[in-house]
Design a protein around this ligand. Structure first.
Ligand code: NAD
Length: 313
């Protein structure tokens, strides 16, 4: 028997993992965190896991934890999360992504087959979709090692459901942002602004993304935990809004009160970066999801967090 509402979050010290732990705990879940680093981001008010294990997965101790805790669900929010790094070091990306996922699924098959598994995958599996908004049924055509490895994890998750009956689910997260995120475009612009440098970004500014506030990611995952079929289904997790990088940059600069700053673009496309993304979120909406934090509000929350960092120095 597994303990209902008992969840193990792998990658619990990470950006999404730490927000997810906090969100689930605030909704009465008993949350066990596992991460290779024991790091608490003191700049955000988050609830810590009930128990934390510091492990570099794969580690056989994970099997003992499964035996002892008997969770209802294991959520994999761990692993590498950078397209650029995956191009530089595909071995590290493959190991951290595919090997780790396989290890966890194997442990579940051997130790606790009734436990459910939820994979944090990425919109990177779509590459450049041939139509927008992209639905979960669209073909996977990744354009980076990161995207290919996420696709391989998705195949493993389907394999373990189809062959071994492990109940699995996958979320394809689009561009998640929020307090605590010290990487990607908003952080990049912020650093340039505080160093008083010109804000020059890659690309043309016409590229688009579908931004989702990190707490909305946690909310969508909670809905899946409570209502999802766990029959290897896949959900897009996004806001369902296509926003150009130029528009995002403008909004962010004006929230930072430097709306008069020039935003420049190098016209250089970074390898592995898609041109346009916008998700069809009809499937996750059918579980009751609707985005709670719009882009303007989310950016204000990010700016508030970033400016408090500066003041605390
Ligand atoms: N941030 C996004 O916009 C986004 C979008 C789509 C998908 N994702 C996926 O969501 C997951 C979490 O992303 P994030 O942005 O929070 O990344 P993150 O780097 O902030 O967090 C990942 C965490 O996993 C831990 N970890 C990595 N390898 C580990 C290992 N071998 N053993 C134990 N712990 C390990 C790290 O220490 C880190 O705390 C990743 O799989 C990423 O690919 C993120």
């Amino acid at each position: 028997m597994t303990n209902s509402k008992c969840v193990i979050v792998l990658g619990s010290s990470g950006f999404i993992g730490s927000h997810l732990v906090s969100w689930l705990r605030s909704y009465g879940y008993y949350v066990v965190g596992i991460d290779m680093v024991d790091r608490v981001d003191s700049t955000i008010i988050l609830i810590k896991p009930d128990i934390f294990y510091q492990l570099v997965l794969p580690d056989q101790h994970f099997e003992d934890i499964l035996k002892e805790i008997k969770p209802d669900v294991v959520i994999n929010a761990s692993g590498p999360a950078s397209v650029a790094n995956s191009l530089l070091d595909p071995t590290a990306d493959f190991t951290g992504s595919v090997n780790l996922c396989f290890f966890v699924l194997e442990a579940l098959r051997k130790i606790l087959p009734e436990c459910r598994f939820l994979l944090l995958s990425s919109a990177a599996v779509y590459g450049n979709p041939s139509y927008l908004p992209v639905e979960e049924t669209a073909s996977s055509n990744p354009i980076s090692p990161y995207g290919y490895h996420k696709m391989m994890c998705e195949i493993l998750v389907r394999e373990y459901f189809n062959i071994y009956g492990i109940r699995t689910s996958t979320v394809r997260i689009f561009s998640a942002y929020g307090p605590g995120l010290r990487k990607q475009i908003l952080w990049d612009i912020y650093l340039k602004v505080i160093k008083n440098k010109q804000v020059e970004l890659f690309g043309t500014g016409k590229e688009t993304r579908d931004f989702i506030f990190v707490q909305d990611v946690a909310y969508a995952i909670q809905l899946i935990l409570e209502q999802g079929a766990f029959d290897a289904e896949i959900y897009n997790v996004a806001n369902g809004c296509e926003v150009s990088i130029e528009e995002l940059g403008r909004l962010f600069l004006s929230s930072l009160k430097v709306g008069n700053w020039k935003l420049a673009f190098s016209s250089v496309t970074k390898p592995g970066d898609p041109k346009r993304w916008c998700a069809d979120i009809g499937k996750i909406k059918s579980l009751g999801y609707s985005p709670q934090v719009g882009l303007e509000n989310g950016i204000l929350q990010y700016v508030k967090w970033a400016q408090a960092l500066k003041e605390s120095k």
